[in-house]
Design a protein around this ligand. Structure first.
Ligand SMILES: Cc1cc2nc3c(=O)[nH]c(=O)nc-3n(C[C@H](O)[C@H](O)[C@H](O)COP(=O)(O)O)c2cc1C
Length: 263
């Protein structure tokens, strides 16, 4: 539940008007929580007197808005989106823990349907080599299954496996990333949205990412990998490879014309 500090509340109704679930009513000049809500935190964010808190959340993480120090320039933002590239070639340097925490925070603060916040961020960094070995050990079993269920993926994964067997450095699944991230969520869109912010934050930290549909399929077909990672009964929303890019792009990449319907 939300908590309202009655001493601080001035009964301005800002929280009542902004509450998406109509869970706050101002009576006798004081705001009151009148029913269970989704704990979206709008009341915390909008209160001019900082009178609202959510004891279940980390309130120390809440930041005050100051237009003098916070400004998102649209030109810079669009350029950041355009300059972002999928990274398939990484340096050996691992992303330090503090930076990785900030990168994952960009996922944690992303919108979720009904504010469910049920994304699980499974980050494999320290045990990456163990995981890499396990992935390739699983490949023959996955190939055996795909042979009967999905000929296209079987063909593609067979080629990947041949290349890896010739030289384990030819790893088309994990490349030479220094971290693997799997986002598990009951709502795959929530996980996908979190992934996009994580990728942008990784770029802001000087790192880079690759979304991996191949790893999604690989993990999805292997009970052993799912258990090792700790996905439980959630869905695999996104797999990403992370690390510092060992490549510099000189310019943005072109795109098709936008398919937009203006009405
Ligand atoms: C959901 C998704 C899955 C992807 N899976 C893979 C993958 O398994 N392997 C790979 O090399 N690239 C993968 N990519 C990267 C795309 O090929 C890449 O985004 C596209 O070619 C455009 O390049 P850019 O990201 O540098 O702009 C994936 C991208 C997305 C969005």
């Amino acid at each position: 539940m939300i908590q309202i500090d009655i001493e601080k509340c001035i009964g301005c109704k800002a929280c009542e008007k902004d509450c998406p679930g109509r869970a706050i009513k101002v009576t006798d000049g004081k705001a009151q929580s009148v029913k269970k809500c989704i704990l979206c935190g709008h009341c915390v964010a909008i209160c001019p007197k900082n009178a609202v808190s959510i004891p279940d959340y980390d309130m120390a993480d809440v930041e005050e808005y100051d237009p003098a120090t916070f400004h998102l320039d649209p030109e810079t933002y669009l350029r950041a989106v355009k300059f972002r590239r999928s990274i398939r070639n990484f340096t050996d340097e691992p992303i330090p823990r503090d930076k990785m925490e900030r990168i994952l925070n960009a996922g944690r603060y992303t919108a979720t349907a009904m504010n469910l916040q049920d994304c699980r961020f499974i980050l494999v960094q320290e045990r990456l080599e163990e995981f890499r070995d396990l992935v390739w050990q699983e490949m023959p079993h996955v190939l055996e299954y795909l042979q009967y269920t999905d000929r296209n993926w079987h063909f593609m994964f067979s080629r990947f496996y041949d290349r890896y067997q010739k030289n384990p450095k030819n790893d088309t699944l994990l490349f030479n990333c220094t971290a693997f991230l799997l986002i598990a969520s009951n709502d795959r869109l929530d996980g996908g949205l979190a992934a996009a912010n994580i990728e942008n934050m990784a770029v802001a930290e000087g790192a880079g990412a690759l979304y991996s549909g191949y790893m999604m399929r690989m993990v999805g077909e292997s009970m052993l990998l799912k258990e090792w990672l700790g996905i439980d009964d959630k869905q695999i929303a996104c797999c990403m490879l992370l690390g510092y890019p060992d490549v510099t792009y000189k310019r943005t990449a072109p795109r098709r014309k936008a398919d937009i319907i203006w009405k």
